[in-house]
Design a binder for this molecule. Structure first.
Ligand code: SF4
Length: 287
């Protein structure tokens, strides 16, 4: 089967650094329990690999990060995820005498710095997805933000002070979500300053998906259903009329009913390992 690779593939820089930091935490603390507070990155295969390295994952799908953190025995090790976290958790970790490794991605922390800087000039509007850890962390740390939720397109223009707010966005939104949000904001505030948008890893992958030639009808996106950036690649492929599949890895791909005489595009979310990509590429090319 002919395969068109969608580049870049595999882990983004932020995810690579988070994985290296988590493994380093265990290496430096072989006799202590090392806890990942929530999914370090949103990919089950990557998390399983970290568990094989002796890290303990605290699942945040049902419990808040705060309640999970409180359950860690005092004096152990905690690793904060790439998505950022409410700064009050740092204080809890300090009280519990936990050793902290913080893998917050620089794109995520830069957004927060930019928001505090911009707030000296006026209101800050934050575009994000309600319930996503990155958005929730930002809003917990920057309570003055006017929140635009891309899931409902709800926001409150009346709480914006002044005529030229700064607009900051969650790093992994799709350009389709952003276009819609920007249009709504600019219609109320034509002088709004559109600040940092998606991170580079997200931008490049979305652009590559959006420009797949018409001759290629199908796209496989390798990524978790919990990964926002992977889901956005899938949605953009659909929006451009492709037959799109979101698969975690090789097992899922093997279940697809593919036509080996048709060329297919292969993309990865930012938290999908290069190994998963190469395994699937090899399988498809062997068909
Ligand atoms: S997807 Fe972007 S923001 Fe998220 S970890 Fe990767 S580089 Fe950082």
């Amino acid at each position: 089967m002919k395969v068109k690779p969608i580049l870049p593939f595999g882990y983004c820089k932020g995810v690579q650094q988070a994985i290296l930091l988590a493994k380093k935490a265990k290496e430096e603390n072989p006799d202590r329990a090392c806890y990942l507070l929530g999914m370090l990155v949103h990919n089950e295969e990557t998390i399983a690999d970290l568990e094989d390295h002796g890290l303990i994952v605290l699942d945040d799908s049902k419990d808040s990060l705060e309640s999970l953190l409180l359950r860690i025995p005092d004096g152990q090790v905690v690793i904060f995820s790439a998505h950022g976290h409410d700064k009050k958790l740092d204080e809890i970790a300090r009280r519990k005498r936990l050793t902290v490794y913080d893998s917050t991605c620089s794109f995520v922390s830069d957004n927060l710095k930019e928001a505090f800087e911009a707030s000296k000039r006026g209101s800050v509007i934050y575009i994000g997805a309600k319930g996503h850890l990155e958005a929730e962390s930002f809003l917990a740390n920057f309570k003055e933000a006017v929140f635009y939720d891309v899931k409902s397109d709800l926001w409150d223009p009346s709480s914006v002070k002044g005529s030229s707010p700064t607009v900051i966005s969650q790093t992994t939104l799709s350009y389709l979500e952003l276009e819609k949000a920007h249009k709504a904001i600019l219609s109320s505030f034509p002088d709004a300053k559109i600040g940092p948008e998606r991170c580079l890893a997200t931008t490049l992958r979305q652009e590559a998906i959006a420009t797949i030639p018409d001759s290629i009808k199908s796209v496989i996106v390798l990524g978790s259903a919990r990964s926002n950036n992977s889901k956005k690649l899938y949605e953009i492929a659909k929006e451009h009329g492709k037959e799109a599949y979101l698969c975690l890895g090789l097992d899922d791909v093997k279940k697809l009913n593919l036509n080996p005489s048709e060329e297919i595009a292969l993309a990865t979310g930012a938290s999908t390992s290069p190994k998963t990509y190469h395994d699937v590429l090899g399988y498809l090319e062997s068909l």
